[in-house]
Design a protein around this ligand. Structure first.
Ligand code: ADP
Length: 170
C-alpha cells in the first residue's frame, strides 16, 4: 500500500487494481445535452474529486445501444428508450477514483426522478423517467463492460496529478 492524495490505496477484490483506480461510465443523455447541462454535470464530478480519464461526444448507434441496454430488451419502454437515446448527441465519459461506481450512482439519483433526492443530478434536473438526463454504470463489472463498449483503450488517458509529480520531472 501507499498514500495517495488524501487516500489510503488498497487493492480492489474484483479488479486487482488499486481501488482509487476504479472506473465508471457516465453518459449525459440527449436531453442533458439539449438543455445545456453538460458543464454543470461535469463540474459535479470534478468537484467531488473524481478524475476524468475519457470524454467524447457522439451520436449513439442502435447496435451499441442494444448492447448497452441488453438487459432491458424485453421491457415495454425499450423501443422508446432507444428512440430517446438516439434522438441527439450524447456526452460519454469515464471517471476514475475511490468507489466511483457507487458514489456516481448516489450522485445521479433514483431512476425515476420523482423518487430522486434533491441534490442528485436527476433530483435537480429532471421530472420524468423517460427523460432522466444521465446514465451511470450500476456495478464495477457492469462499468468494465460499458467502458469497453463505448471506448477504445487508447482513448482512456492514465494521467498523473501535477501535485504527485516532482517539479524536476516537468
Ligand atoms: P438506471 O438508468 O437508473 O440504471 P435502468 O437500468 O432500470 O435505470 O433503466 C435504464 C433507463 O431506461 C433509465 O435511465 C430510463 O432512461 C429508462 N427507463 C427505465 N424505466 C423506464 C420506464 N418505466 N419508462 C420509460 N423509460 C424508462
Amino acid at each position: 500500500f501507499r498514500w495517495g492524495p488524501g487516500l489510503f490505496w488498497h487493492r480492489s477484490k474484483s479488479t486487482g487494481l488499486p481501488d482509487v483506480r476504479e472506473r465508471t461510465l457516465v453518459a449525459i443523455k440527449p436531453d442533458g445535452v439539449q438543455r445545456r447541462l453538460v458543464g454543470q454535470i461535469i463540474q459535479r464530478f470534478e468537484q467531488r474529486g473524481f478524475k476524468l480519464v475519457g470524454l467524447k461526444m457522439l451520436q449513439a448507434s442502435q447496435d451499441v445501444l442494444s448492447e448497452h441496454y441488453c438487459n432491458l430488451r424485453t421491457k415495454p419502454f425499450y423501443n422508446s428508450l432507444v428512440r430517446y437515446m438516439t434522438s441527439g448527441p450524447l456526452v460519454v465519459m469515464v471517471w476514475e477514483g475511490h468507489n466511483v461506481v457507487q458514489t456516481s450512482r448516489t450522485m445521479v439519483g433514483h431512476t425515476n426522478p420523482a423518487q430522486a433526492q434533491a441534490g442528485t443530478v436527476r433530483g435537480d434536473f429532471s421530472i420524468h423517467v423517460s427523460r432522466n438526463v444521465i446514465h451511470a454504470s450500476d456495478s464495477v463489472e457492469g462499468a468494465q463492460k460499458e467502458i469497453q463498449l463505448w471506448f477504445q483503450a487508447k482513448d482512456l488517458l492514465d494521467w498523473n496529478c501535477w501535485d504527485q509529480i516532482s517539479t524536476g520531472e516537468l
